[in-house]
Design a protein around this ligand. Sequence first.
Ligand code: GLU
Length: 623
Amino acid sequence: MRRHLIAAGAGWLLTVSCTHGKAATSEESFSSSPVSAPTPTPEATGRGGAAATVDVRATSAAIEILKGGGNAVDAAVAAAGVLGATDLYSCGIGGGGFMVIYRAEDQRVITVEHREMAPRASSRALFYSEGTPIPFPEVMTSGVSTGVPGMVQGWEVALSRYGTRGLAEVLQPAIRVAEQGFEVDQTFFEQTSRNAERFKLFSSSAQLFLPAAGQPAPVGSTFRNPDLAKTYRLVAKDGSRAFYRGEIARAIVETVAHPPVAPGAGHTVRPGVMTLSDLADYEARIREPVKSTYRGYTLYGMGAPSSGGIAVELALNLLEGYAPSALGRVDFLHRYLEASRLAFADRTAYVADPEFVEVPVAGLLSKDYAAERRKAISATKAAPGEVPAGNPFAFQKDPSPLRAAAGPSSAPMLAALAPSPLDIPNRETTHITTSDQAGNVVAYTCSIEYEGGNGMVVPGYGFLLNNELTDFDVPPKADVPHANTPEPGKRPRSSMSPTLVLKDGAPVFALGSPGGSSIITTVLQTLVNHLDLGMPVLEAVAAPRVSQRNLPDGTSQAEPGFIASPEGVALQAKGHVFTDVGPIGALTGLRFHPDGTVTAVAEPQRRGGGSAMVVEPVQRPGN
Ligand code: GLU
């Protein structure tokens, strides 16, 4: 099975001829002959497997893998490969991700953590110059913020342990899309335009993304990336060795150490400290999921170094104390926002790489801790500003007496820091959800951090490097202790929240989203919309969003549709202050029904809208 190549049934993906791996030129990456793809739809119901992503080509690739007998893991990696070509400003082999897998044969939930890692030569002083923090824009577009990418290792580990196909097979759709190109749409054009100034700094990025006299390829043109096709071929042939030890590794290290600054860019770009050994030593991790219950459902999410699963489950534990039917919608949403605020206080204080820091997961997710924390929620008024973290150590199964007694206020390790200056709610990262005939399910979120990553295309290889190390915290001075500061080999805290919801041992919902730390609230709000407020699943995904993340000024970020809604207006009367930040998130998910059918859903509007598909469509009312 493992060695089969994709059947010619890969449909539209096979319709255009191939040109084999030579270096891209401006003319090759920008042509006027568009390649067709199916019209995306945000919802599809059926059997035999399903997929939902932000991009119709990626969803199509997943479905074709499923139709060819591949499982949900194979399909998720195939989709991720395609997204590395079509959504390359958000994700790709220069970055990392978190995959949550439900394995039907033994009803186990497994997570494959392949987060980027700080190089061994990193230290707490990584983001400081002469004792003060380096200005954020300099860090963002630099080699300093680039972590050792985890993607290819993650794919290989997931496929070899839980898949049925190899990289050589599942990367074929991605190779074709990279080589044959895809039609530039408005979203891609805007993403390129927003980052054009950064891309101009680097010869390799300008050549690929600004081919028309320094301008982005226009809407309707074809974007090709033969260098990426070449890179994918190397990985397809030699697996992760090609990436972590071969010519690709050398090119990554060279790019980080000597950023390919364009002649005359007039800008200094800070190099990073990544070495070939950092790449050769990188390991993806199989980790326990974090698990909790909510009103009869069982939730599984991504544990540390992501804060996603812990924050979502903690907020739901808090909310479980309130019956939506007994409260009006406004009173329930008020508590929802306050629960989110408290969950963020704890997530920010306590979650970091568990190989470096004791993360009190059992305490944070205990129902007794939630009961204690709930006392901080006023029935009538929004908290006026930032709330402090609680003390989950007292609720650990085996609490250390000292820490349990001390609590966070006397523990400088746990200082909360200001959020990252550029936490833009829907521009980065991507989420893939897949399932198969056998009942396996995958929720997979991956990222290169900011839109356009660190801005540098690895010359000759067609992919952007991440700037994921900006997810570390930067206290005012390097010697101020904090759980989430850089250390050699440490992975920065994430907010990615691939989530599975089960009932009586069977999956009912799988979901995830992009959006920086608002990923957590997008997943949370969608769960609440669907499970508590009874919205059909697509409505739950499309509904206007609000994101309470315990910001220092106490405000919630929100979409205009939420602020203007009757609930939004009534919440303001309770002291909630909303900041309009435009669209938040771009969620995809799968809803499993008792009759064995599944409804795939993708964001209908935000970020240009996504694509949901199933292997065998059926008509089914009431999703
Ligand atoms: N770096 C973010 C995280 O791991 C994801 C990127 C984003 O969406 O901002 O949470």
